[in-house]
Design a protein around this ligand. Structure first.
Ligand code: SF4
Ligand code: SF4
Length: 132
């Protein structure tokens, strides 16, 4: 259960405090998703994630794979007519997960053959972003 049985209201406040964004300001125009270079692989895509947060499905977004795929490129924030930067929201969601020891990359679970072949820089970058 994520994270520690806190209420949705408290979680939403924490996401807004960490990200500096007002989630309620989003009016679902979809500009963020239209410009996101990794939206094709994200689940949920940026505007869907924000809508889920607005509706109180915070745990679903925290557990989603999409927040880990965000490349923090800031395109969504630049395109948003309401001044909402989803990249910062995704960053806050990852931070909450990491603080609760919920992270997707576990060294012991990575295939050994893959470890031998992948570039070291990829591992360093991935561990910086995906672990505590
Ligand atoms: S910051 Fe993340 S969500 Fe926003 S456009 Fe870039 S990759 Fe997509
Ligand atoms: S661009 Fe801004 S207002 Fe439009 S859906 Fe994305 S976050 Fe919401």
């Amino acid at each position: 259960m994520l994270p520690n049985l806190r209420s949705n209201e408290e979680l939403l406040k924490e996401i807004e405090n960490l990200s500096g964004q007002r989630i309620i300001d989003c009016y679902q125009c979809g500009e963020c998703t239209a410009g996101c270079p990794v939206a094709f692989a994200m689940e949920p895509v940026p505007n869907q994630a924000i809508r889920l947060l607005q509706l109180g499905y915070i745990d679903e977004v925290l557990k989603s794979s999409g927040i880990w795929l965000c490349a923090s490129c800031n395109v969504c924030g630049e395109r948003c007519p309401r001044g909402v930067d989803y990249g910062k929201i995704a960053d806050a969601l990852r931070t909450i997960n990491l603080r609760n020891n919920n992270y997707p990359l576990v060294l012991e679970k990575i295939d050994k053959e893959f470890i031998n072949q992948a570039p070291q820089q990829a591992f360093i970058a991935a561990f910086r972003k995906l672990t505590t």
